[in-house]
Design a protein around this ligand. Structure first.
Ligand SMILES: Nc1ncnc2c1ncn2[C@@H]1O[C@H](COP(=O)(O)OP(=O)(O)OP(=O)(O)O)[C@@H](O)[C@H]1O
Ligand SMILES: [Mg+2]
Length: 243
């Protein structure tokens, strides 16, 4: 589903240049649930943004569903993103002046889908993310966990096969975080969604089937774990994270 070859990314700040990604090769298959871990500043968000076409690599190729992101114009990438990829962020990024249902419907309105089909999809998503009764609430009238559920519903509104989540539980306590992880996990299992989640948290990563560890702009390790968690694999990742 995703093929990454020789990705390099450098940021220039004034006269200084800083190489964030130093050559990443990675293949991600349909239906994987991946956690990307690594120290702060190791390039996790940068990699996720490149995968989602939010930013461009300096060197290398990224293919998502056989489409070459680097060959697309800005406009083509925006369209591709809207139709193929759902984004979930640590700080939810909901529109404060829109209600729950309006936030969820937003990408579908942007895509000019028929009103009736938008309403059906919103109703279904409200149900699957357990937001019944909150349809008319504004984001400020929701708990953090509920806001993240709205953002997941919005991410799913265009029926993407791929969801990219950057620290989706980063602002949540353990209980709400667990709810979100269970929701992602059930979407992965029931709808065969491919999920790539950046996280600092070993507990969050334990929900994934594969853990990729970034360090200094390179892949330090890439471990597949059995469903339900593989204690040895986890222990080895914890050791590497702390070294
Ligand atoms: N737009 C930018 N311009 C300049 N430097 C940037 C930019 N975006 C990120 N960086 C730098 O690139 C490095 C990697 O950033 P990135 O956000 O990918 O790290 P991260 O692994 O997601 O960290 P964290 O866990 O703190 O979110 C950091 O040193 C950061 O300062
Ligand atoms: Mg980050």
């Amino acid at each position: 589903m995703i093929q990454i070859e020789g990705i390099k990314k450098t940021y220039e700040i004034g006269k200084e240049s800083y190489e964030v990604l130093k050559g990443i090769d990675l293949t991600i298959n349909e239906g994987e649930f991946i956690a990307i871990m690594g120290p702060s500043g190791s390039g996790k968000s940068t990699l996720l943004n490149l995968l989602g076409g939010l930013d461009q690599a300096d060197i290398g190729n990224i293919q998502v569903n056989h489409a070459k992101l680097q060959d697309m114009s800005e406009k083509e990438r925006t369209l591709f993103r809207r139709k193929n990829i759902g984004f979930v962020f640590q700080n939810y990024q909901l529109l404060p002046n829109m209600t729950v249902e309006e936030n969820i419907a937003f990408p579908m309105h942007a895509d000019r889908l028929p009103k009736a089909s938008i309403q059906t999809t919103v109703t279904n998503l409200i149900q699957s993310t357990k937001l019944e009764g909150k349809e008319k609430n504004y984001p400020s009238q929701l708990s953090g966990g509920q806001q993240q559920r709205v953002s997941i519903a919005r991410a799913l509104s265009m029926e993407p096969k791929l969801v990219l989540a950057d620290e989706p539980t980063g602002n949540l306590d353990r209980k709400m975080g667990t709810e979100i992880l269970r929701l992602l996990s059930s979407l992965h299992q029931d709808q065969k969604l491919t999920i790539i989640m950046v996280t600092h948290d070993m507990y969050a990563a334990s929900f994934a089937n594969r853990i990729i560890l970034l360090k200094d702009g390179m892949i330090e390790s890439d471990i597949k774990q059995a469903e339900g968690g593989d204690q040895n694999a986890m222990a080895s990742i914890i050791t590497k994270l702390n070294s």
